[in-house]
Design a binder for this molecule. Structure first.
Ligand SMILES: Cc1cc2nc3c(=O)[nH]c(=O)nc-3n(C[C@H](O)[C@H](O)[C@H](O)COP(=O)(O)OP(=O)(O)OC[C@H]3O[C@@H](n4cnc5c(N)ncnc54)[C@H](O)[C@@H]3O)c2cc1C
Length: 459
């Protein structure tokens, strides 16, 4: 059996890895060909190492609670590379000032003491959040937006001032449009089963605050990609080639596929794994699966940019004791957040230097990253200058743009996925995997890849 994997981001690479492992253990006999458009593997995982700086263009960490991620790191022998945040306080911007978010609230655990310490909220806002256990659960089964859910349970002030920036920020999403069912089904289950999030978290086994929620890798997230690639001894990796079209080969049952590359090469495969973003998958299959392509195209994407700024320590007045700050929607501020990167993680900047990672752009603001790089750098520096007491210009900058790169799981996302699966039923050899579908975090993608590999192995 020949499997072609289109896309060498974490999703595609992980599928190749799980197939390779099954082949090495004699559980699967087949050939894997992975085709990646860029000359480098990793997709959104992009680590730059320059003169002692370790800069992340995309993800900087992964969630520990989802064990698929940490277990792959272990399998790849990356335990000695694991690093934990050395500063965990997250701040929120409110009327031009930074306020710490009490740690329990980072996990949306509305302990009374923690809610009371949330000084960015008014008295009334805090009192309203504390009434959550007495808010009756919602009737009805339909999907709901993140913003509607949070307002209903915790009140507007807590929703907009704390919970939304934490929960929608990761997706650069508009909380009024993001789907609860697709993104936070465990919170809906708590409401359903316990009548309240606070009560459910108290009764259930919720993680303690003594352990860090995220881990990273000493030499940067790129090590994960390098280790995955190095573990692929049997798979053929084709870099710098783009798949332009896929088509079932007529008259073959079960269906086999022809895969056309941009250099004119035509390859044949028994199975094709599309590990590319949904709009790209749609383009490749439109000719023979137009209704699946149409539904794939309906998944919206947001554009963002990560502006990393290096300063000498003596250029910054702020002590930067924390991991950074988030910006609620209503604040008149051009950034969506900023990570104090060299405070959050060890080994990120040479002695005497500081790295700041500023985020621009979200689903409601497609123009935010339209300007040229120097303009974006200036915008980020100007916004941070009064807040952090910056003097002079950054000594180094790195700009990473992510146009139309953050998938938005909007209300109805799960129904959309079900419709795509129905439309692809006549083509069982065609499999979709990646951040557009069932989870955007690295552990989610490793889990999806594992499921796809299992389907391939089970035939
Ligand atoms: C700024 C930013 C910060 C993030 N932070 C975190 C974080 O801290 N933690 C976390 O867990 N997640 C984070 N994420 C999310 C996570 O990084 C992504 O969801 C994940 O990396 C996506 O992986 P993927 O394999 O699905 O897609 P991609 O990484 O997009 O890979 C798809 C690959 O397909 C290739 N491709 C596309 N079209 C073709 C074609 N026609 N032919 C061949 N190849 C093609 C592309 O070049 C690309 O390499 C972040 C994302 C961004 C953008």
């Amino acid at each position: 059996m020949r499997v072609i994997i289109v896309g060498g981001g974490i999703a595609g690479l992980s599928v190749a890895y799980f197939l390779e492992r099954a082949a090495a253990e004699g559980r699967w006999h087949g050939e894997v060909l992975l085709i990646e458009r860029e000359r480098l593997l990793g997709g959104k995982i992009t680590t730059v190492r320059e003169d002692g700086f370790i800069v992340e263009g995309g993800p900087d960490s992964l969630l520990r609670a989802k064990l698929e991620g940490t277990s792959l790191l272990q399998d790849l022998g990356l335990e000695e590379e694991l690093i934990f945040p050395q500063a965990r306080t997250v701040y929120v911007l409110r009327r031009g000032r930074l306020h710490p978010i009490p740690e329990a609230l980072l996990m949306l655990r509305p302990d009374p003491a923690a809610v009371w310490q949330a000084r960015s909220l008014s008295w009334w806002g805090r009192l309203r959040a504390l009434t959550e256990p007495w808010v009756p659960p919602r009737r009805g089964e339909g999907d709901e937006s993140l913003a509607a859910f949070l307002r209903r349970r915790f009140g507007r002030a807590f929703a907009e001032g704390i919970a939304e920036p934490l929960m929608a920020g990761i997706h650069a999403g508009d909380p009024e449009r993001l789907s609860m069912q697709a993104l936070y089904p465990h919170l809906l289950a708590l409401e359903r089963n316990f009548g309240s999030i606070a009560r459910g978290l108290r009764r259930g086994r919720s993680p303690g605050t003594s352990e860090a929620m995220f881990v990273s890798l000493r030499s940067g997230m790129g090590v994960l990609v390098e280790r995955l690639a190095a573990s692929l001894h049997r798979a053929h990796l084709v870099l710098g080639r783009m798949v332009i079209e896929i088509a079932p080969i007529p008259g073959e049952a079960p269906a086999r596929y022809r895969v056309a590359l941009d250099d004119g090469a035509i390859l044949e495969a028994d199975r094709v794994v599309l590990a590319v973003p949904a709009p790209e998958a749609a383009r490749q299959i439109r000719a023979f699966a137009p209704s699946a392509a149409e539904r794939l195209q309906e998944i919206p994407f947001a554009s963002t940019a990560v502006i990393t700024l290096a300063f000498r320590g003596d250029q910054i007045a702020h002590p930067l004791q924390g991991s950074g700050f988030l910006v609620p929607r209503g604040e008149p501020f051009p950034l969506t957040g900023c990570t104090w990167f060299s405070s959050k993680w060890p080994h990120r900047a040479p002695e005497g230097f500081v790295l700041l990672r500023a985020f621009l752009g979200w689903a409601g603001d497609p123009e935010a990253i339209a300007a040229e790089d120097p303009v974006l750098v200036q915008r980020a520096t100007k916004a941070l200058r009064p807040l952090l007491g910056l003097r002079g210009d950054p000594v180094r900058v790195w700009v990473h743009r992510w146009p139309q790169a953050m998938p938005q799981y909007t209300v109805g996302h799960l129904e959309r996925l079900a419709a795509i699966e129905r439309a692809l039923r006549p083509f069982p050899g065609l499999l979709l995997v990646g951040a557009s579908y069932r989870g955007v975090g690295i552990p989610d993608l490793i889990r999806q890849a594992h499921e796809v590999a299992k389907r391939l192995i089970d035939g």
